[in-house]
Design a protein around this ligand. Structure first.
Ligand SMILES: [Zn+2]
Length: 665
């Protein structure tokens, strides 16, 4: 790949044979992601600015510039980072749309941020000013380098979408300051919240200056040697500071920290050609995904430290699954795909996109889930549309949070969705560049291959319909190799070319046998009929339950759809009855289980349950999990207990024979 074909994307490895398409090379026209991206454009971006203005997080920059900052500073110590993540979102938004109004908003924010920069390139509104703590006096929880990292990611977005300007120059001064302070001759420290690593690595790629990558590498290698001071109730594991990255077996501690660190470490491994480190990170991904990840792709089982649990520790009702951990998981998986070309990384991205990223925002993009549990036991009282919410209060999307990392993280991710949807793989010398479609959405994909332009128009209602039609509008004279991702759930998938016979294809990669030419039509069928998905029996919290999925969508049941008076606690799904498609969800058959237990005042334990049902079978509606609570507060569950396959003895109605599936209650 030559420099003039560098893609406009958040991640552009310096080495390797794959690169993602730029945000300007894929245009969404209709459908699922177009709707979310539009809500981000029309709702979330300005909503975030309004809240940060209202809470004084933006005014913190003005006060530093005016020399009036003092001990009373609104916002957490990391609130600057929300401004930077929003700047990153605006930069991608402008790069994608060339909307001058977005650019004006961007510039007006840069005016205020830039005015707060110190002469030596230090930029932070919380530390190093009169009445404030000294610079770098609290590396464990101060988040100064974390904030600088988010600033640099915004600078990378600006550099790649508009080019050198005063904001990019500001970024260079901030990065140079970090190198002076924390370089080999500087402070022997790391930031309690990783982020500077992944930011400096990409900043090095964007500027072509490898000293920034060297600093990122230094931060990665320094970590895990106990330099951070643990805070009460949390161990060094919280910061990933108890074991070096390359010796880690599984992700642990605070989920967003662990995943941002891993993303930066993948960048270092790739650009430095460190196969051992890359292998360790791949192993960590596989261990974590196999034992510490929810069906939704959500990561983080614990509220207390917003952290990963032990293997198989995956409670549904207390699942944390922070939206930011979903963003961070995308960051890691995308980098691992680019590094290895393996489809499982993109599969997890699709799962996380549809079931964590898409779940968080309200349809208008002005309220959000912070935590994404898989079960809501009680209807949450509706949150006030005008108030700051506690971060993990489940049940209703809230407009803003005390710690409000998730809305701006969503904003930058949705603004750059295109960059994760397709790639060019130059890994095969025989056939030249291969065009790879990774995520299916209605719109146009432009692949700039070494052999010429390949333009593919995609028509689909995926994920609500099975068919994806790809029409080739332009192709290089000799045709172009095309590779399609077949999701791991898509058994019975088929492909046909130009109305030829449909051929069965396996999950993974589908490489078309022949190069594609202008006028070719490829029909891909990814059956999205509802299906049962069973948890590993080692997940205690899900044993005896089952979930329903439809294509890439995890479904759930919600109290809105259940016949009056029936509690979700007592519903069981008859897994011997077939599931039917119902709108964008599914319909199954359910029974109410006799859950009359010991009398009040006695512990909820005792003799074996009767296994009796107390209702006629009824239809149970499953809706996409990403839509839950859109109709108001509800109870909800993804994993539903399986109806016991029991037959009551004719002689003794209380005797229960477990004899395998039967239709009789
Ligand atoms: Zn968050």
């Amino acid at each position: 790949m030559t420099d003039d074909r560098r893609a406009v994307t958040p991640v552009d490895p310096a080495r390797g044979t794959r690169h993602g398409l730029g945000i300007d090379q894929v245009s969404l026209e209709t459908g699922f992601w177009k709707i979310l991206q539009d809500a981000n454009s029309t709702g979330t971006l300005r909503h975030c600015i309004d809240w940060m203005e209202r809470l004084g997080w933006l005014a913190n920059f003005d006060r530093v510039a005016a020399g009036t900052m003092d001990e009373n500073r609104p916002g957490w110590q990391f609130s600057d980072s929300e401004v930077y993540k929003l700047l990153e979102a605006l930069a991608w938004e402008y790069g994608r749309t060339r909307d001058t109004e977005i650019d004006e908003i961007f510039e007006s924010l840069v005016d205020r941020v830039a005015a707060a920069e110190d002469d030596d390139g230090y930029l932070n509104t919380c530390f190093g000013h009169p009445g404030r703590p000294e610079r770098y006096s609290d590396l464990s929880m101060g988040h100064e380098l974390y904030c600088a990292g988010h600033l640099l990611q915004a600078v990378v977005a600006r550099l790649r979408t508009k080019g050198e300007d005063r904001f990019v120059a500001l970024g260079r001064r901030v990065a140079d300051h970090v190198l002076r302070e924390f370089g080999p001759e500087g402070r022997d420290g790391v930031c309690g919240h990783p982020e500077i690593e992944v930011a400096l690595a990409e900043f090095a790629r964007a500027t072509g200056e490898t000293r920034y990558r060297d600093q990122a590498q230094l931060f990665v290698e320094r970590r895990g040697h106990g330099t951070l001071t643990p805070i009460p109730l949390l161990s060094r594991e919280y910061f990933q500071d108890e074991v070096p990255v390359r010796d880690t077996e599984s992700w642990h501690g605070h989920a967003v920290r662990a995943l941002y660190l891993a993303a930066g470490a993948v960048d270092i491994a790739v650009d430095a050609g460190d196969a051992e480190l890359l292998g360790a990170l791949e192993d960590q991904w596989h261990h974590t995904v196999a034992r510490r990840t929810y069906l939704t792709g959500g990561m983080g089982s614990r509220h207390q430290d917003e952290g990963f649990g032990e293997d198989w520790e995956l409670p549904t009702d207390r699942a944390y699954c922070e939206t930011c951990a979903g963003v961070a998981s995308l960051m890691v998986s995308w980098r691992l795909y680019l590094a290895t070309g393996r489809s499982e990384y993109v599969d997890l991205m699709e799962r996380t996109l549809f079931n964590v990223i898409a779940t968080s925002p309200s349809p208008d993009g002005t309220a959000f889930f912070y935590a994404n549990p898989l079960q809501q036991r009680s209807e949450s009282s509706d949150v006030l549309p005008d108030a700051v919410n506690s971060r993990a209060e489940g049940g209703v999307r809230a407009p803003w949070f005390d710690v409000s990392c998730c809305p701006t993280n969503l904003a930058r991710t949705l603004a750059s969705w295109q960059s994760y949807s397709a790639a060019v793989d130059a890994g095969n010398d025989d056939e030249g560049d291969v065009a790879v479609v990774l995520q299916y959405a209605a719109g146009q994909y432009r692949f700039e291959l070494s052999s010429g332009l390949l333009r593919v128009q995609v028509h689909t209602e995926y994920p609500h319909a099975s068919e994806v039609l790809l029409k080739v509008h332009d192709a290089p004279p000799g045709g172009a190799p095309l590779r399609l991702r077949v999701p791991s759930w898509a058994i019975d998938a088929q492909v046909s070319v130009n109305a030829g016979p449909a051929e069965p294809i396996e999950p993974g990669w589908c490489d078309l046998r022949q190069p594609v030419f202008e006028g070719d039509e490829i029909r891909l069928v990814l059956p999205v009929e509802p299906r049962l998905t069973w948890p590993d029996p080692r997940i205690d919290a899900m044993r005896g339950t089952v979930a329903v999925e439809r294509g890439p969508l995890v479904l759930c049941i919600e109290s809105h759809d259940v016949p009056g008076g029936i509690s979700l606690d007592s519903i069981t799904l008859d897994t011997s009855a077939s599931l039917k498609t119902e709108g964008d969800g599914a319909r199954g058959r359910a029974r109410v289980l006799d859950v009359v237990g010991p009398a009040d005042g006695t512990p909820p334990f005792g003799r074996a349950p009767s296994g009796r049902t107390t209702s006629e079978d009824f239809d149970l509606i499953f809706v996409p999990y990403h839509r839950w609570a859109e109709r108001g507060p509800s109870t909800m569950r993804v994993f539903v207990p399986v109806a016991p396959h029991v037959r009551l003895s004719r002689e003794d109605p209380s005797a229960v024979n477990v004899e395998g599936p039967t239709d009789e209650p």
